[in-house]
Structure formats: C-alpha cells, structure tokens
Write a new protein. Structure first.
Lengths: 180, 520
C-alpha cells in the first residue's frame, strides 16, 4: 500500500505539489476509463473532474502512483454507477426526458475493428469495466479486482464471462475471420 | 484458454490503441480538475428517497415563488452574482473560468515566423503578409487552432498585429472613423483612430476556411494609409499541414535514439523520418510493443506521457519527403521535417531482456519494427520492493529549430489588498497592470490569472480569465486597473494572508503579493 497522507496536516492541506503531477499523469487514462463506463464524453469529463476532486479532498488518498490510480478508478467507478442509477430512475419517470447518450459513433466509425468496439460498448457496465481494465489498460487480475471491489477469482470469472458474451455478440465467424 | 479467446484478447488489446487514440480528452479537463480540487467538494450521497424528497421540496418551493410573484407588481430582479462596485477607472471583475495558458511568445524574423506558423497551425487559410519590411522583427504565438503575430519595426515606431482572433474595436466617436469595405471576398470593418497620418488602424474580416469561418484582425500603429493597405493587400496563404495525408508505416524510417535518464527513470527515444516522395503527417500517440529475441511479445500497460516530461511539445509532425534514415550518432535532429517519440518503461523485478520494438502507428496505419539498441528499463523509485509493469509513451513530437522566447514580461503587476478582510466573505481588491516595455502594448487575447493564497489559507486557489476585452493600446508606463474578488474561507485563521497573483500570458508571468489580516 502506498504512502497515505495524514488527516489534518497543515502541510498536507496547503501543499498541492504531490497532486498536480498525479493529475497530469492520470487525467487522460481516467478520462478514457470514464468514457468507456458512461459512453458519453461530456458526462465523462464531469465525472473525472468530480473523481479528482473527491480523491483530493479525501485524507486517505494514497499519493503513491499505483495506489492513487486504483483509488481514482474506484472513485470513477462509483460515480459512474451513481450516474447509471440516476439514468435508470429518470427513464422510469414519464415526465422526465433523459438526455440522449453520445454513442461515440465517430470513434466506432474510425476503428477498423468496429464490430468489436460496438460489441464492447454494448456490454453491461460491469463486464465493460472488466474488459477495459484487463485489456485496454492491461491491469493484472489483482488490480482489476481492487478497482471493481471484488475478489481476484470473481474478477477472473467476470472477464471470462464478458469474453464469452463478446464472442456471442460477434457471432462465430467474426472471431475466426480476423487475420492474426 | 481457447484459441478464439486468445485471438479475441489480442484484438481487444489492439482495439485499445484505437479507442484511446480516437478519444482526445477536452482541453479544459486539466484546468477543470485543478480548479475543482482547489476546495473540498460538497459530499452528497445519491439516495432515491432523498432525491424524491428534494423533488417534492422543489415543487413546493416553485409554487411558493409563483404565489409570491402573483402578489407582487413592482419587483426588481437582483443580479445572480453581483460584481464588485468598480470605481470609474477600474475594470469590473467577471467570474470567467481560466483558459489554458498560452505558450511563451517566440521571437524570429518574419520569414522564420511564417515557416513556424505554417508548420504548427492546422486551420486554412493561414494568411501572412509578404510585404513586411526587413527591419521588422516578429513576435508570435501559434498552436493548432490559430496564431497571433506582432511585427515591430526595429528602426521606428511602427507595429503590425495579425491574428486569428478579433479583439474589441474601440467604439467609433468623433475621432474614430469606421467604415465597411470589400476585402478578400468579404465585407471588412475598417477603423482609423484619430486624425494623425499614422494613427492606429483596425481591419476585421472573416475568411471562409476549409471547415469553418476564421475571424482575422489586422491592427497597425505608426503606418500611413498607403503602407497599411500595402501590407493588407499582400496577405496570402502560406503552406500548412491542412490536407496533408497521414503517414503510413511504409513511408517511414525509424531508429532508436540516444535516451537519457534522471533519478532512475530512463527516457528512451525513437527517431523517425519520411523516405517517401511526398510529405505526410504524423499525429497522435503510437503503441509500443517489446519483443524478445525469440519473437515473444512483452506487453506493458501503456499510458500517454504527459507534457511536463517533454522538452518539446507534441503536435502534428509534418514529415519532409525524401529524407534519409535518422542517424542517432550524429546528434539531435535539427529543423522541421522529422519526428521523435519518447518513452519510459518499468517491468520490475523481472526486467526481461528484449531485442526489438514494434511501433504501432495510430489509426491502423501499420507497424514498424526496429532493434532496441540501447533502450532500457527504468529502475528504483516505484520499483523498490514492488512489482511494476507499465510504460509511458509520448505522442509524436515534431522536430523544430531552437526557439527564442520572449522572456521579459512587458507588464509590471501591482496588487492592492484591503487592510482587513473577514473570513467567509469575499475579499475585494485591485490589480494594476502597467506597461513597462517602453513600447505600445495590447493584449492578443485575454490571459488567465491565478490567485494563490494556499500558503496561508490551505487550498485557496482560483483561476479565472482576465476581463481585458475592453482594454485597447497601453502607452509606455500607462496602467489599467482591474477589480478582483476572492472568497475567503470561513475558517481562515486570524493571521496575515499572503496572496500570489500570477498572470499567465504570452509575455511571461508576473507575481504580486501583500498581506492583509483576517478580521473576525
């Protein structure tokens, strides 16, 4: 576990020097992670800013890089979950018209493997998150589990099931036809 | 695991490059993060009951407001956020969020400035004058979205400003003559301030670019009517990167360059040149894969190297045609036309040996494999006592000639703070900017500023954009005063407060400080 900052330290509250380099390092990967979870760039920007604000405000936020990243990703995950819950609630209220989601169509269009990207974006949020952490960010299963708030074996099962779901969505021929 | 899964996993890894390369974070993201984390956020746990309660309360509140309005006939709407009361000569404060600070302005000859602007700006058309005299020096700013260039005569008082922005033109009065006239297939606004033969002249018009309209301004001081129009009529498009095709792997030479290191972090370098017969553009961040001598891939999780680590800012690199292969032993690449990539990697404690590097161009434009001559892992620091697997890779970095930057700020800053302020209330103060350059000065665009009281008030830091749109030319030693507002934390201690006020601009950074006491 990384170095934790102490609550109430005067130096800690005044000194932002530890935070800005971490923000610069992780704002881009955090944004991509948030886009994958929300499928909406504007929401992702808002959510990443809020996540950084929360980790900055929390006295328990680690300042060592790998731990900070996991901490940040957990915050993004929680915010994304809240966002999806809100959308679900809004969709149940007849008089409330939820905003349209940006389907990231221009990114999908540019991707050579666009069927696969469409399939990934169509996965349920937890499966999408597991696939992103494992294959887009290349995290080991232990880290995937920590970000998702589960055990390592549960993370392995989640990834395996998500892969199966992707194979099913792509159809049997799609996987085999792609050149190595 | 089945072959299908292995294949699918490989496709997902390749897809990650396309996904990350295709989704550029908004330019405001970093500023938003730093601004929002300047103060602790208000915590709110979403809860269905609470949300519905709030909705009900809102309905009751709106009904109450509606009822109140129905009973009132003469009601003056109060401003949502009142500005401080400006004195007659003080420009009021506005809560405009900060914009990203511009890079430092560069100095060059007009010809060098034209080459530089053409290489950097990604709009069309980029217009520059061809009739600027030899005794002018160019001071310029350029990025992908636009440019501003000041030509100043070194032998007399004459300046010409050309920019892809339009500042506020002084209102016409009995001394200012404003007219409209056809110019470059558009209707331009032309104004002369005063009756002197060399009075300031303003020309605003809109160019229809390839994608969107571009607002241009040409502002001159110390030029006659004839000289002004000679320059205006000499504007012509310069060669830019717009429309240049993207490079593919078959166009490129690549070689491992000589890296360097600091504190255990090793910065490796890859040099790139274009051997094809036509120019092409390298843009974005490549993927890098390591391979052992047996051909096995070592896949390290990859993130983009952030700008502070790079000596030269990344950006689209216009690759000159018919270039020879890079020769790392001959030293750093000079001039325009080539590109490089910087990367660092950690794979501890294993540090497996690798023999080659595969460069995966963004946008599925192919791969290049090169020997990993001299490239190495970083060590120490985060590797101590832990397993770390990661890689940071820069976007393509265009080679550039050595730049000469404008170092001295033309403005001196005076911060005027009140004697006492109260915790939990806004502090109203003023900042005077004085033109200390010895020559007329005006803003290209309104810069951002930072109010930093974090040394004495914890996280009290704010970023805004200066409300400078109405500021015209400042004569030497002339000042302009701005009203400022900074919220004081309610729990501020009863002690002197140090405030550092920093202006971010193309002309450098200035600081001002003073120390009022907090009065409860």
């Amino acid at each position: 576990m990384g170095e934790n900052r102490e609550r109430g330290s005067q130096l800690d509250t005044a000194d932002r020097s530890w935070f800005e380099p971490l923000a610069r390092t992780f704002e881009r990967p955090a944004y991509h992670f948030a886009v994958m979870l929300t499928r909406d760039r504007a929401i992702a920007e808002e959510l990443v800013q809020e996540a950084f604000a929360r980790v900055w405000a929390s006295p328990r936020t680690p300042s060592a890089e790998p731990d900070f990243r996991r901490w940040l990703y957990r915050a993004i995950t929680n915010l994304a979950r809240d966002y999806h819950r809100r959308r679900l609630l809004e969709s149940k209220l007849r008089f409330w018209a939820p905003a349209e989601i940006d389907p990231l169509e221009e990114v999908v269009h540019r991707a050579e493997d666009r069927d696969l990207l469409r399939a990934v974006l169509a996965l349920p949020i937890k499966d999408r998150q597991a696939i992103y952490l494992r294959y887009f960010d290349g995290l080991p299963f232990a880290d995937v589990a920590q970000v998702m708030g589960t055990t390592e074996s549960a993370a392995r099962v989640r990834v395996h099931r998500a892969l199966s779901d992707l194979r099913r969505r792509l159809g049997p021929s799609s996987v085999a036809e792609v050149p190595a | 695991m089945s072959d299908f899964n292995v294949e699918l996993e490989e496709r997902l890894r390749e897809l990650s490059f396309v996904f990350k390369d295709g989704i550029e974070p908004p330019a405001t993201l970093h500023v938003g993060i730093m601004s929002r984390s300047a103060r602790p956020p208000v915590r709110r746990r979403p809860n269905l009951v609470r949300e519905l309660s709030l909705a009900a309360a809102l309905v009751v509140f709106v009904a109450l407001i509606a009822f109140t309005f129905s009973k009132l006939h003469l009601l003056t709407v109060a401003p949502v956020k009142p500005s401080p009361h400006p004195t007659t000569s003080v420009i009021p404060w506005t809560s405009t969020p900060m914009v990203l600070p511009s890079a430092s302005a560069q100095l060059a000859t007009p010809a060098e400035a034209a080459t530089w602007i053409g290489q950097v700006v990604m709009i069309a058309p980029v217009l520059l004058p061809s009739s600027i005299a030899d005794d002018y020096q160019a001071e310029f700013l350029a990025d992908q979205k636009g440019f501003a260039v000041d030509y100043a005569s070194t032998s007399r008082h004459a300046t010409v400003q050309l920019a892809t922005t339009q500042p506020v033109m002084p209102a016409p009065d009995s001394h200012n003559r404003r007219s409209t006239r056809p110019f470059r297939a558009a209707t331009a606004t032309y104004q002369v301030d005063g009756t002197s033969a060399t009075a300031p002249r303003w020309l605003f018009w809109t160019e229809t670019g390839t994608g969107q309209a571009i607002a241009y301004s040409l502002i001159a001081d110390g030029l006659s009517e004839t000289d002004f129009w000679q320059i205006a009529n000499s504007l012509q498009p310069v060669t830019t990167n717009v429309g240049v095709r993207a490079c593919v792997a078959a166009d490129l030479h690549a070689a491992s360059g000589h890296g360097n290191g600091a504190g255990g972090q090793v910065f490796n370098q890859i040099l790139l040149s274009n051997h094809s017969g036509t120019s092409c553009l390298l843009e974005g961040t490549p993927g890098l894969l390591l391979r052992t001598s047996a051909g096995r891939s070592i896949s390290l999780p990859q993130t983009v190297m952030s700008v502070p680590w790079l000596q030269t800012p990344p950006g689209p690199a216009l690759m000159a045609p018919n270039s020879p292969a890079p020769q790392p032993d001959l030293g750093a690449q000079q001039g325009f036309g080539q590109a490089s990539i910087t990367y660092s990697m950690w794979d501890c404690p294993a540090n497996p040996t690798f023999a080659s590097l595969m460069i995966v161009l963004p946008g599925q434009r192919g791969t290049l494999t090169i020997p990993a001559d001299g490239a190495g892992y970083s060590w120490g620091g985060e590797c101590d006592g832990g397993a770390v697997q990661r890689m940071v890779v820069s976007p393509f970095i265009p080679t550039q000639p050595a730049a000469t930057y404008v170092e001295a700020s033309p403005l001196s800053i005076t911060v005027m703070l009140p004697d006492r302020v109260r915790g939990g209330q806004p502090m109203h103060y003023q900042v005077a900017l004085t033109n200390a350059s010895g020559a007329p000065f005006r803003f290209h665009d309104c810069p951002s500023y930072t109010e930093d009281a974090s040394n004495s008030l914890g996280k009290n830091l704010a970023n805004y954009q200066l409300n400078c749109a109405s500021v015209g030319w400042l004569a030497p030693e002339q000042s302009v005063t701005f009203a400022m507002v900074l919220d004081m934390p309610a729990n501020a201690p009863p002690a002197p407060v140090g405030l550092r006020w920093t202006l971010h601009s193309a002309y450098g950074t200035g600081n001002g400080a003073a120390g009022p006491s907090i009065g409860k």
